[in-house]
Ligand binder design. Sequence first.
Ligand code: HEM
Length: 416
Amino acid sequence: MPQIFRDPSFDSTLDVLREGYPFLYCRSQRFNSDIFQIRLMGLKAICLHGAEAAELFYNPRLFVRKGAVPRRVQTTLMGIDAIQTRDNGEHRCRKEMFMSLMGPESRERLMSLLAEQWQRYAHRWEQQDRVVLFREAQEILCRAACAWAEVPLPEPEVSKRARDFGAMVDGFGGVGPRHWRGKQARRRGEKWMRGIIRAIRKGALPVQEGTAAHTVAWHREPNGELLDVQMAAIELVNAIRPIVAIATYITFAALALHEYPPYRQLLRNPAEDYPELFVQEVRRYFPFTPFVGALVREDFSWHGFEFAKGTLVLLDVYGTNRDERWWQDPEVFWPERFRQWQRSPYDFIPQGGGEFLTGHRCAGEWITIEALKQAVAFLNDGIRYDVPAQDLTYDLTRMPTLPASGFVMTNVRATG
Ligand code: HEM
Protein backbone atom coordinates (compact mmCIF):
# COMPACT_ATOMS: atom_id res chain seq x y z
CA MET A 1 0.00 0.00 0.00
CA PRO A 2 1.55 3.38 -0.99
CA GLN A 3 2.15 5.94 1.74
CA ILE A 4 1.00 9.53 1.38
CA PHE A 5 4.04 11.82 1.39
CA ARG A 6 4.14 13.89 4.60
CA ASP A 7 5.38 17.44 4.70
CA PRO A 8 8.26 17.37 7.21
CA SER A 9 7.04 20.59 8.86
CA PHE A 10 5.44 19.83 12.25
CA ASP A 11 2.52 22.19 11.54
CA SER A 12 2.02 24.23 8.36
CA THR A 13 -0.53 26.79 9.58
CA LEU A 14 2.01 29.63 9.71
CA ASP A 15 3.56 28.58 6.39
CA VAL A 16 0.12 28.78 4.70
CA LEU A 17 -0.27 32.36 6.00
CA ARG A 18 3.33 33.25 5.10
CA GLU A 19 3.36 31.70 1.62
CA GLY A 20 -0.26 32.35 0.60
CA TYR A 21 -1.62 31.16 -2.74
CA PRO A 22 1.32 29.02 -3.92
CA PHE A 23 1.62 27.04 -0.66
CA LEU A 24 -0.07 23.82 -1.86
CA TYR A 25 1.12 24.17 -5.46
CA CYS A 26 4.77 24.50 -4.39
CA ARG A 27 4.55 21.37 -2.27
CA SER A 28 2.85 19.28 -4.94
CA GLN A 29 5.73 20.29 -7.25
CA ARG A 30 8.38 19.70 -4.59
CA PHE A 31 7.04 16.25 -3.73
CA ASN A 32 6.15 15.60 -7.37
CA SER A 33 2.78 14.29 -6.24
CA ASP A 34 -0.92 15.14 -6.58
CA ILE A 35 -1.45 14.00 -3.01
CA PHE A 36 0.46 14.76 0.18
CA GLN A 37 -0.21 15.33 3.83
CA ILE A 38 0.30 18.34 6.08
CA ARG A 39 -0.79 19.35 9.58
CA LEU A 40 -3.04 22.37 9.79
CA MET A 41 -3.92 23.88 13.17
CA GLY A 42 -2.75 20.62 14.71
CA LEU A 43 -4.92 18.41 12.49
CA LYS A 44 -3.89 16.06 9.72
CA ALA A 45 -4.96 17.33 6.28
CA ILE A 46 -4.66 15.49 2.97
CA CYS A 47 -3.90 17.90 0.12
CA LEU A 48 -4.98 17.24 -3.46
CA HIS A 49 -3.82 18.88 -6.67
CA GLY A 50 -4.82 18.60 -10.33
CA ALA A 51 -7.82 17.60 -12.42
CA GLU A 52 -7.95 13.93 -11.49
CA ALA A 53 -7.83 14.78 -7.80
CA ALA A 54 -10.49 17.48 -8.34
CA GLU A 55 -12.78 14.83 -9.81
CA LEU A 56 -12.32 12.81 -6.65
CA PHE A 57 -12.88 15.83 -4.41
CA TYR A 58 -16.11 16.77 -6.18
CA ASN A 59 -17.65 13.32 -5.77
CA PRO A 60 -20.37 14.11 -3.20
CA ARG A 61 -20.60 10.44 -2.19
CA LEU A 62 -17.06 10.61 -0.80
CA PHE A 63 -16.96 13.95 1.02
CA VAL A 64 -19.07 16.18 3.25
CA ARG A 65 -18.78 19.89 3.98
CA LYS A 66 -20.32 19.97 7.47
CA GLY A 67 -17.45 20.65 9.86
CA ALA A 68 -14.94 21.40 7.09
CA VAL A 69 -15.14 25.20 6.93
CA PRO A 70 -13.22 26.99 9.70
CA ARG A 71 -15.31 29.27 11.87
CA ARG A 72 -13.17 32.27 10.95
CA VAL A 73 -14.18 31.81 7.29
CA GLN A 74 -17.85 31.38 8.21
CA THR A 75 -17.91 34.50 10.41
CA THR A 76 -16.52 36.65 7.58
CA LEU A 77 -16.96 35.25 4.08
CA MET A 78 -20.04 33.02 4.02
CA GLY A 79 -22.03 33.16 7.27
CA ILE A 80 -22.51 30.47 9.92
CA ASP A 81 -24.09 27.20 8.66
CA ALA A 82 -24.80 28.58 5.17
CA ILE A 83 -25.18 26.54 1.98
CA GLN A 84 -21.42 26.03 1.70
CA THR A 85 -21.49 23.84 4.83
CA ARG A 86 -24.56 21.75 3.93
CA ASP A 87 -24.76 18.21 2.55
CA ASN A 88 -27.18 15.79 0.95
CA GLY A 89 -30.87 16.77 0.55
CA GLU A 90 -30.45 19.90 2.63
CA HIS A 91 -27.74 21.15 0.30
CA ARG A 92 -29.62 20.17 -2.82
CA CYS A 93 -32.73 22.06 -1.73
CA ARG A 94 -30.72 25.21 -0.92
CA LYS A 95 -28.75 24.91 -4.16
CA GLU A 96 -31.93 24.67 -6.21
CA MET A 97 -32.96 27.94 -4.60
CA PHE A 98 -29.72 29.63 -5.69
CA MET A 99 -29.72 28.10 -9.17
CA SER A 100 -33.32 29.29 -9.71
CA LEU A 101 -31.85 32.83 -9.65
CA MET A 102 -29.33 32.05 -12.38
CA GLY A 103 -31.61 31.55 -15.39
CA PRO A 104 -31.14 33.56 -18.61
CA GLU A 105 -33.83 36.16 -17.83
CA SER A 106 -32.56 36.84 -14.36
CA ARG A 107 -28.99 37.14 -15.65
CA GLU A 108 -30.08 39.48 -18.41
CA ARG A 109 -31.82 41.69 -15.86
CA LEU A 110 -28.65 41.89 -13.79
CA MET A 111 -26.55 42.71 -16.87
CA SER A 112 -28.85 45.52 -17.93
CA LEU A 113 -28.82 46.99 -14.39
CA LEU A 114 -25.03 46.78 -14.46
CA ALA A 115 -24.82 48.42 -17.90
CA GLU A 116 -26.85 51.36 -16.58
CA GLN A 117 -24.49 51.81 -13.65
CA TRP A 118 -21.31 51.64 -15.77
CA GLN A 119 -22.72 54.42 -17.95
CA ARG A 120 -23.69 56.55 -14.96
CA TYR A 121 -20.31 56.15 -13.34
CA ALA A 122 -18.44 56.88 -16.60
CA HIS A 123 -20.04 60.34 -16.73
CA ARG A 124 -19.31 60.92 -13.06
CA TRP A 125 -15.64 59.95 -13.57
CA GLU A 126 -15.28 62.61 -16.25
CA GLN A 127 -15.58 65.18 -13.44
CA GLN A 128 -12.95 63.49 -11.23
CA ASP A 129 -9.17 63.81 -11.28
CA ARG A 130 -8.58 60.18 -10.45
CA VAL A 131 -10.68 57.08 -10.11
CA VAL A 132 -9.80 53.89 -8.19
CA LEU A 133 -11.43 51.22 -10.31
CA PHE A 134 -11.71 48.58 -7.59
CA ARG A 135 -13.69 50.84 -5.24
CA GLU A 136 -15.90 52.18 -8.01
CA ALA A 137 -16.58 48.69 -9.36
CA GLN A 138 -17.60 47.54 -5.87
CA GLU A 139 -20.21 50.33 -5.75
CA ILE A 140 -21.44 49.67 -9.28
CA LEU A 141 -21.84 45.96 -8.53
CA CYS A 142 -23.44 46.65 -5.15
CA ARG A 143 -26.03 49.02 -6.62
CA ALA A 144 -26.88 46.63 -9.45
CA ALA A 145 -26.90 43.52 -7.23
CA CYS A 146 -29.26 45.12 -4.69
CA ALA A 147 -31.57 46.37 -7.43
CA TRP A 148 -31.49 42.91 -9.04
CA ALA A 149 -32.24 41.21 -5.70
CA GLU A 150 -34.92 43.86 -4.89
CA VAL A 151 -33.15 44.82 -1.70
CA PRO A 152 -33.71 48.58 -1.22
CA LEU A 153 -30.40 50.43 -0.97
CA PRO A 154 -30.79 54.06 0.18
CA GLU A 155 -28.39 56.40 -1.60
CA PRO A 156 -26.48 57.52 1.54
CA GLU A 157 -25.71 53.85 2.35
CA VAL A 158 -24.25 52.79 -1.00
CA SER A 159 -20.61 53.32 -0.19
CA LYS A 160 -20.83 51.79 3.31
CA ARG A 161 -22.71 48.70 2.10
CA ALA A 162 -20.37 48.17 -0.85
CA ARG A 163 -17.36 48.41 1.46
CA ASP A 164 -18.98 46.00 3.93
CA PHE A 165 -19.58 43.35 1.26
CA GLY A 166 -15.94 43.81 0.24
CA ALA A 167 -14.73 43.52 3.83
CA MET A 168 -16.52 40.17 4.28
CA VAL A 169 -14.46 38.78 1.39
CA ASP A 170 -11.28 40.55 2.46
CA GLY A 171 -11.60 39.15 5.98
CA PHE A 172 -11.45 35.44 5.09
CA GLY A 173 -7.68 35.14 4.91
CA GLY A 174 -6.84 37.90 7.35
CA VAL A 175 -5.76 37.85 10.96
CA GLY A 176 -6.19 40.67 13.46
CA PRO A 177 -7.87 43.90 12.25
CA ARG A 178 -8.64 42.62 8.75
CA HIS A 179 -10.49 39.60 10.14
CA TRP A 180 -12.24 41.75 12.73
CA ARG A 181 -13.39 44.24 10.06
CA GLY A 182 -14.80 41.33 8.05
CA LYS A 183 -16.75 40.09 11.08
CA GLN A 184 -18.16 43.53 11.87
CA ALA A 185 -19.17 43.99 8.23
CA ARG A 186 -20.95 40.64 8.27
CA ARG A 187 -22.81 41.50 11.48
CA ARG A 188 -24.06 44.76 9.94
CA GLY A 189 -24.93 43.08 6.64
CA GLU A 190 -26.90 40.26 8.29
CA LYS A 191 -28.79 42.72 10.51
CA TRP A 192 -29.76 44.72 7.42
CA MET A 193 -30.95 41.58 5.61
CA ARG A 194 -32.91 40.32 8.66
CA GLY A 195 -34.88 43.57 8.44
CA ILE A 196 -35.51 42.97 4.74
CA ILE A 197 -36.68 39.37 5.27
CA ARG A 198 -39.03 40.40 8.11
CA ALA A 199 -40.46 43.25 6.04
CA ILE A 200 -41.13 40.93 3.08
CA ARG A 201 -42.80 38.32 5.26
CA LYS A 202 -44.98 40.94 6.94
CA GLY A 203 -46.02 42.26 3.54
CA ALA A 204 -44.42 45.64 4.26
CA LEU A 205 -41.90 45.32 1.41
CA PRO A 206 -43.42 44.18 -1.88
CA VAL A 207 -40.98 42.18 -4.03
CA GLN A 208 -41.43 40.42 -7.36
CA GLU A 209 -41.51 36.64 -7.56
CA GLY A 210 -38.25 35.29 -8.99
CA THR A 211 -36.03 37.94 -7.41
CA ALA A 212 -33.42 36.96 -4.82
CA ALA A 213 -35.22 38.75 -1.97
CA HIS A 214 -38.55 37.04 -2.74
CA THR A 215 -36.98 33.63 -3.42
CA VAL A 216 -34.95 33.54 -0.20
CA ALA A 217 -37.71 35.01 1.99
CA TRP A 218 -40.21 32.36 0.87
CA HIS A 219 -37.84 29.40 0.38
CA ARG A 220 -38.89 26.25 2.18
CA GLU A 221 -36.46 23.69 3.62
CA PRO A 222 -36.99 19.96 2.86
CA ASN A 223 -39.04 19.79 6.09
CA GLY A 224 -41.48 22.35 4.64
CA GLU A 225 -40.45 25.15 7.01
CA LEU A 226 -39.38 28.63 5.96
CA LEU A 227 -35.73 29.42 6.66
CA ASP A 228 -35.36 31.08 10.05
CA VAL A 229 -34.87 34.82 9.70
CA GLN A 230 -31.15 34.71 10.46
CA MET A 231 -30.48 31.91 7.93
CA ALA A 232 -32.53 33.70 5.28
CA ALA A 233 -30.49 36.86 5.95
CA ILE A 234 -27.26 34.88 5.54
CA GLU A 235 -28.36 33.38 2.24
CA LEU A 236 -29.56 36.74 0.93
CA VAL A 237 -26.10 38.12 1.71
CA ASN A 238 -24.76 35.04 -0.12
CA ALA A 239 -26.64 36.11 -3.24
CA ILE A 240 -25.38 39.73 -3.21
CA ARG A 241 -21.92 39.71 -1.59
CA PRO A 242 -20.28 37.52 -4.27
CA ILE A 243 -21.60 39.78 -7.03
CA VAL A 244 -19.76 42.67 -5.35
CA ALA A 245 -16.68 40.43 -5.20
CA ILE A 246 -16.54 40.37 -9.01
CA ALA A 247 -14.82 43.79 -8.55
CA THR A 248 -11.63 41.83 -7.83
CA TYR A 249 -11.68 40.08 -11.22
CA ILE A 250 -12.66 43.35 -12.95
CA THR A 251 -9.61 45.02 -11.44
CA PHE A 252 -7.39 42.16 -12.61
CA ALA A 253 -9.00 42.35 -16.07
CA ALA A 254 -8.11 46.07 -16.22
CA LEU A 255 -4.55 45.15 -15.27
CA ALA A 256 -4.44 42.56 -18.07
CA LEU A 257 -5.73 45.10 -20.62
CA HIS A 258 -3.07 47.53 -19.43
CA GLU A 259 -0.20 45.06 -19.46
CA TYR A 260 -1.10 43.36 -22.74
CA PRO A 261 -2.46 46.14 -25.01
CA PRO A 262 -2.58 43.99 -28.19
CA TYR A 263 -5.60 42.22 -26.69
CA ARG A 264 -7.58 45.45 -26.95
CA GLN A 265 -7.85 45.00 -30.71
CA LEU A 266 -8.49 41.25 -30.56
CA LEU A 267 -11.39 41.86 -28.17
CA ARG A 268 -13.10 43.86 -30.91
CA ASN A 269 -12.91 41.08 -33.49
CA PRO A 270 -16.53 40.12 -34.28
CA ALA A 271 -15.45 36.84 -35.89
CA GLU A 272 -14.75 35.16 -32.58
CA ASP A 273 -15.98 35.32 -28.99
CA TYR A 274 -12.57 36.61 -27.92
CA PRO A 275 -14.01 38.29 -24.79
CA GLU A 276 -14.95 34.82 -23.53
CA LEU A 277 -11.37 33.56 -24.02
CA PHE A 278 -10.04 36.69 -22.33
CA VAL A 279 -12.20 36.54 -19.21
CA GLN A 280 -11.61 32.82 -18.80
CA GLU A 281 -7.89 33.53 -18.82
CA VAL A 282 -8.41 36.31 -16.26
CA ARG A 283 -10.14 33.76 -14.00
CA ARG A 284 -7.39 31.18 -14.57
CA TYR A 285 -4.34 33.40 -14.33
CA PHE A 286 -5.18 35.76 -11.47
CA PRO A 287 -5.56 34.40 -7.94
CA PHE A 288 -8.77 34.60 -5.96
CA THR A 289 -9.77 31.36 -4.18
CA PRO A 290 -6.65 29.58 -2.87
CA PHE A 291 -8.16 26.19 -1.94
CA VAL A 292 -11.38 24.56 -0.76
CA GLY A 293 -11.89 21.96 1.98
CA ALA A 294 -14.11 18.97 2.77
CA LEU A 295 -14.18 16.03 5.22
CA VAL A 296 -14.02 12.35 4.21
CA ARG A 297 -17.57 10.93 4.45
CA GLU A 298 -16.63 7.23 4.98
CA ASP A 299 -13.32 5.35 4.71
CA PHE A 300 -12.23 4.80 1.11
CA SER A 301 -9.04 4.39 -0.88
CA TRP A 302 -7.86 6.09 -4.07
CA HIS A 303 -4.89 4.78 -6.04
CA GLY A 304 -4.13 2.75 -2.91
CA PHE A 305 -4.04 5.82 -0.62
CA GLU A 306 -6.25 5.51 2.44
CA PHE A 307 -8.75 8.26 3.22
CA ALA A 308 -10.08 7.77 6.76
CA LYS A 309 -13.56 9.03 7.71
CA GLY A 310 -13.47 12.57 9.10
CA THR A 311 -10.06 13.51 7.61
CA LEU A 312 -9.79 17.09 6.33
CA VAL A 313 -9.01 17.21 2.61
CA LEU A 314 -7.91 20.39 0.81
CA LEU A 315 -8.14 20.87 -2.96
CA ASP A 316 -5.55 23.20 -4.48
CA VAL A 317 -7.63 25.62 -6.59
CA TYR A 318 -4.81 28.04 -7.40
CA GLY A 319 -2.38 25.29 -8.41
CA THR A 320 -4.88 23.20 -10.39
CA ASN A 321 -5.48 26.21 -12.65
CA ARG A 322 -1.74 26.30 -13.39
CA ASP A 323 -1.09 22.57 -13.72
CA GLU A 324 1.43 22.14 -16.59
CA ARG A 325 -0.23 18.87 -17.65
CA TRP A 326 -3.30 20.86 -18.75
CA TRP A 327 -2.06 24.42 -19.05
CA GLN A 328 1.00 24.96 -21.19
CA ASP A 329 3.24 27.75 -19.85
CA PRO A 330 0.78 28.43 -17.04
CA GLU A 331 2.58 31.58 -15.91
CA VAL A 332 1.94 33.23 -19.27
CA PHE A 333 -1.29 35.23 -19.74
CA TRP A 334 -2.55 33.73 -22.97
CA PRO A 335 -6.35 33.75 -23.62
CA GLU A 336 -6.01 31.73 -26.85
CA ARG A 337 -5.34 28.62 -24.76
CA PHE A 338 -9.08 28.48 -24.10
CA ARG A 339 -9.76 27.74 -27.78
CA GLN A 340 -8.55 24.20 -27.07
CA TRP A 341 -10.17 23.81 -23.68
CA GLN A 342 -12.49 20.79 -23.55
CA ARG A 343 -14.76 22.32 -20.86
CA SER A 344 -13.90 19.68 -18.32
CA PRO A 345 -15.52 20.50 -14.95
CA TYR A 346 -12.28 19.54 -13.19
CA ASP A 347 -9.19 21.08 -14.84
CA PHE A 348 -10.24 24.74 -14.56
CA ILE A 349 -11.76 25.43 -11.16
CA PRO A 350 -11.44 29.11 -10.17
CA GLN A 351 -14.96 28.93 -8.70
CA GLY A 352 -14.90 25.27 -7.73
CA GLY A 353 -15.51 22.24 -9.94
CA GLY A 354 -17.91 19.36 -10.54
CA GLU A 355 -21.68 19.70 -10.81
CA PHE A 356 -23.80 22.69 -9.85
CA LEU A 357 -26.80 21.00 -8.25
CA THR A 358 -25.34 17.92 -6.64
CA GLY A 359 -22.03 19.54 -5.68
CA HIS A 360 -20.68 22.80 -4.33
CA ARG A 361 -19.58 24.38 -7.59
CA CYS A 362 -20.16 28.15 -7.45
CA ALA A 363 -23.75 29.06 -8.23
CA GLY A 364 -22.67 32.38 -9.70
CA GLU A 365 -20.16 31.27 -12.31
CA TRP A 366 -22.27 32.32 -15.33
CA ILE A 367 -23.01 35.69 -13.76
CA THR A 368 -19.32 36.20 -13.07
CA ILE A 369 -18.36 35.43 -16.67
CA GLU A 370 -21.07 37.66 -18.14
CA ALA A 371 -20.38 40.56 -15.77
CA LEU A 372 -16.68 40.31 -16.55
CA LYS A 373 -17.25 40.30 -20.30
CA GLN A 374 -19.43 43.36 -19.96
CA ALA A 375 -16.86 45.17 -17.79
CA VAL A 376 -14.03 44.32 -20.20
CA ALA A 377 -16.05 45.68 -23.15
CA PHE A 378 -16.76 48.83 -21.16
CA LEU A 379 -13.10 49.34 -20.20
CA ASN A 380 -12.02 48.66 -23.76
CA ASP A 381 -14.58 50.72 -25.68
CA GLY A 382 -16.97 52.50 -23.29
CA ILE A 383 -14.32 54.85 -21.87
CA ARG A 384 -10.85 56.21 -22.61
CA TYR A 385 -8.47 56.74 -19.71
CA ASP A 386 -4.85 57.13 -18.72
CA VAL A 387 -3.07 54.86 -16.31
CA PRO A 388 -0.68 56.97 -14.23
CA ALA A 389 2.39 55.56 -12.47
CA GLN A 390 1.21 53.44 -9.54
CA ASP A 391 1.92 50.18 -7.75
CA LEU A 392 0.10 47.51 -9.75
CA THR A 393 1.86 44.55 -8.15
CA TYR A 394 -0.22 42.04 -6.26
CA ASP A 395 1.02 40.12 -3.29
CA LEU A 396 0.58 36.34 -3.51
CA THR A 397 1.10 36.00 0.23
CA ARG A 398 -2.05 38.05 0.87
CA MET A 399 -5.37 36.18 0.53
CA PRO A 400 -7.42 37.57 -1.13
CA THR A 401 -5.04 39.70 -3.16
CA LEU A 402 -5.45 42.69 -5.51
CA PRO A 403 -3.24 45.12 -7.45
CA ALA A 404 -1.90 47.33 -4.62
CA SER A 405 -3.22 50.62 -6.05
CA GLY A 406 -6.68 49.21 -6.84
CA PHE A 407 -6.03 50.34 -10.46
CA VAL A 408 -6.04 54.13 -10.67
CA MET A 409 -7.35 55.77 -13.86
CA THR A 410 -7.04 59.48 -14.73
CA ASN A 411 -8.44 61.66 -17.48
CA VAL A 412 -11.48 59.41 -17.97
CA ARG A 413 -13.68 60.25 -20.98
CA ALA A 414 -16.90 58.40 -21.76
CA THR A 415 -17.16 57.44 -25.42
CA GLY A 416 -20.93 56.96 -25.45
C1 HEM B 1 -19.48 28.83 -4.05
C2 HEM B 1 -15.84 31.40 -5.94
C3 HEM B 1 -19.03 34.62 -7.63
C4 HEM B 1 -22.59 32.31 -5.31
C5 HEM B 1 -18.23 29.23 -4.48
C6 HEM B 1 -17.02 28.48 -4.28
C7 HEM B 1 -16.00 29.20 -4.80
C8 HEM B 1 -16.56 30.39 -5.36
C9 HEM B 1 -14.53 28.82 -4.82
C10 HEM B 1 -16.92 27.19 -3.48
C11 HEM B 1 -16.72 25.96 -4.30
C12 HEM B 1 -16.59 24.76 -3.39
O1 HEM B 1 -16.93 24.85 -2.22
O2 HEM B 1 -16.18 23.72 -3.84
C13 HEM B 1 -16.39 32.53 -6.50
C14 HEM B 1 -15.62 33.59 -7.11
C15 HEM B 1 -16.52 34.48 -7.60
C16 HEM B 1 -17.85 34.00 -7.27
C17 HEM B 1 -14.10 33.63 -7.21
C18 HEM B 1 -16.23 35.74 -8.34
C19 HEM B 1 -16.22 36.84 -7.76
C20 HEM B 1 -20.27 34.22 -7.22
C21 HEM B 1 -21.51 34.89 -7.58
C22 HEM B 1 -22.51 34.25 -6.91
C23 HEM B 1 -21.90 33.17 -6.14
C24 HEM B 1 -21.62 36.06 -8.53
C25 HEM B 1 -23.99 34.48 -6.88
C26 HEM B 1 -24.61 35.53 -7.12
C27 HEM B 1 -22.04 31.19 -4.74
C28 HEM B 1 -22.78 30.25 -3.92
C29 HEM B 1 -21.88 29.24 -3.56
C30 HEM B 1 -20.60 29.59 -4.15
C31 HEM B 1 -24.25 30.34 -3.54
C32 HEM B 1 -22.17 28.03 -2.69
C33 HEM B 1 -22.36 26.82 -3.58
C34 HEM B 1 -22.55 25.53 -2.81
O3 HEM B 1 -22.07 25.41 -1.68
O4 HEM B 1 -23.19 24.64 -3.37
N1 HEM B 1 -17.94 30.38 -5.16
N2 HEM B 1 -17.72 32.82 -6.60
N3 HEM B 1 -20.56 33.20 -6.36
N4 HEM B 1 -20.75 30.76 -4.85
FE1 HEM B 1 -19.26 31.75 -5.83
